[in-house]
Design a protein around this ligand. Structure first.
Ligand code: ATP
Ligand code: MG
Length: 448
């Protein structure tokens, strides 16, 4: 039923299981990796469940790390990769090693399975004997294609709210519908999803939004009522009408999800977030002006996106990139009117490639025309790296040598000179210095 993958990772984890078994412990592959193996896919990571206690596991392998030995989890490290080895346990504590005889083994696996989230994630496989242990009906649900909670769904989601969001990960990744009673529980408990700590929520969103089909994940989240619990700002996008000539696809909400879809599989996290948030300012912009026109929605959206990122406690660089993309997402439309210096600054931005991807998805999710992007890319191709971001012709030291006093005026002068350099109007250090002195005199820059 399971074909052993021909990979070093697989051979290593089989070795770990064999070592544990040869030392007299029970050991099995467990959870998500068994699901993936049954589906004929190589798992992202392998987890081992064992009757050995954490100290026993640590005693058996040369390199280990006690990531969660309090919860019975030890990382075994082989060739720089880590494999999670977890002692059989129940939701409320350990069932480990108390009864390491054959009869109790079934009970231990049974208990361990009961603490897992979904039936398809609750199976075990012994790679040595080839036996599958399925006490939760996981195989049947995998065959039918259903995401079903183990045990009473209400109770399981109340006990750990993260499972509410995890349900989305598996439904979207596998394209499985959620089984009806699990679905009802998810719908009624959706608001609990935001009680999950920002760090864990962020981690899960990261997985979901960079997965095979992030737009499907968003649609599943929406159906379950989770999406606008996590992103209440999106509620206003629903029913926010747009001019049909640019947006034949529908309202801002429909367009937003479609934009994420057009990014394709496995987008960068910041890009997926930017696509999700790019038009978040539209409802507010439309309230501020004529309906169906959205002046400055990208600026309003940028501020709103910053608040979303703050709430999710995203790292600073990701927040800045997401907000920059939101703020700039309409930028290409004015490209034909832009000066070369403006375009060069854009091309030199670290986020330029991602802005292209966002613009492309945004256009494909609406009027479908890519002429603005093609113009920008043709311009980009016509310039060398050297032309786009040449070393500055002068610096502050040059101004000091000309007798000026360092201060805010320096920034202004150097910026103006840089602008003219990028415009192609200055090509030598001497010319740049003459221009700097001219500007310094014009603005009355203080002398030392
Ligand atoms: P992926 O392929 O995305 O890694 P996975 O199923 O392996 O999916 P993990 O987050 O790696 O998911 O967790 C491994 C296993 O641990 C799951 O398959 C599940 O059995 C169990 N598990 C993880 N988190 C929870 C949870 N919050 N509640 C119950 N069981 C969980
Ligand atoms: Mg996993």
């Amino acid at each position: 039923m399971i074909r052993k993958p021909n990979s070093n990772r697989y051979r290593t984890v089989e070795g770990i299981v064999r070592d544990l078994q040869q030392a007299g412990h029970q050991a099995l592959l467990a959870g998500g990796c068994v699901r993936d193996l049954l589906l004929g896919a190589e798992p992202k990571d392998y987890d081992v469940a064992t009757s050995a206690t954490p100290p026993e596991v640590e005693g058996l392998f040369a390199r280990t790390e006690p990531v969660g030995s309090r919860f019975g989890v030890v990382l075994v490290i082989v060739d720089g990769r880590s494999y999670e080895v977890a002692t059989f346990r129940t939701e409320n504590g350990y069932a480990d090693g108390r009864h390491p005889d054959k009869v109790a083994f079934a009970a231990l696996v049974e208990e361990d399975a009961q603490r897992r989230d979904f039936t398809i994630n609750g199976m075990y496989w012994d790679p040595i004997s080839g036996r599958l242990f399925d006490r939760v009906g996981g195989m049947e649900d995998l065959r039918k294609g259903l995401v079903r909670a183990i045990g009473d769904p209400q109770a399981r989601f109340r006990a750990d709210h993260l499972r509410i969001i995890r349900a989305v990960r598996f439904a979207a990744r596998l394209g499985f519908p959620v089984e009806p009673s699990t679905r009802r529980a998810l719908q009624s408990l959706a608001p609990l999803a935001v009680r999950v700590s920002a760090e864990r929520l962020q981690q899960e969103l990261r997985i979901i939004l960079t997965d095979r089909d992030p737009a499907l994940a968003l649609r599943v989240m929406d159906e379950l009522g989770i999406l606008t619990c996590i992103f209440p700002e999106l509620e206003d996008a629903r029913g926010c009408e747009q001019p049909e000539n640019y947006h034949p696809e529908g309202d801002v909400f429909v367009h937003t999800i479609l934009t994420v879809e057009k990014l394709g599989s496995h987008p960068a996290f910041v890009l997926a977030m930017a696509a999700l948030l790019h038009d978040i300012g539209k409802p507010e912009a439309s309230r501020r002006s004529q309906p169906k026109r959205f002046p400055e929605h990208e600026r309003i959206g940028c501020d709103m996106a910053r608040e979303v990122c703050r709430r999710l406690r995203l790292p600073r660089w990701e927040t800045d990139r997401i907000c920059w993309l939101v703020k700039r997402h309409m930028y290409f439309r004015n490209a034909p009117k832009m000066k070369d210096s403006t375009l060069k600054r854009l091309f030199a931005e670290a986020g330029f490639e991602q802005l292209c991807e966002l613009h492309r998805a945004d256009a494909l999710a609406s009027w479908g025309r890519l002429e603005h992007m093609e113009y920008v890319l043709a311009k980009r191709r016509s310039m060398t790296r050297q032309e786009i971001d040449p070393p500055p012709l002068i610096n502050g030291q040059d101004l000091i040598e000309k007798g000026y006093k360092p201060g805010p005026a320096f920034g202004e002068i150097l910026e103006a000179v840089r602008e003219r350099q990028l415009q192609g109007e200055l090509s030598s250090g001497d010319a740049a210095l003459r221009e700097a002195v001219r500007i310094a005199e014009q603005i009355n820059a203080p002398r030392a």
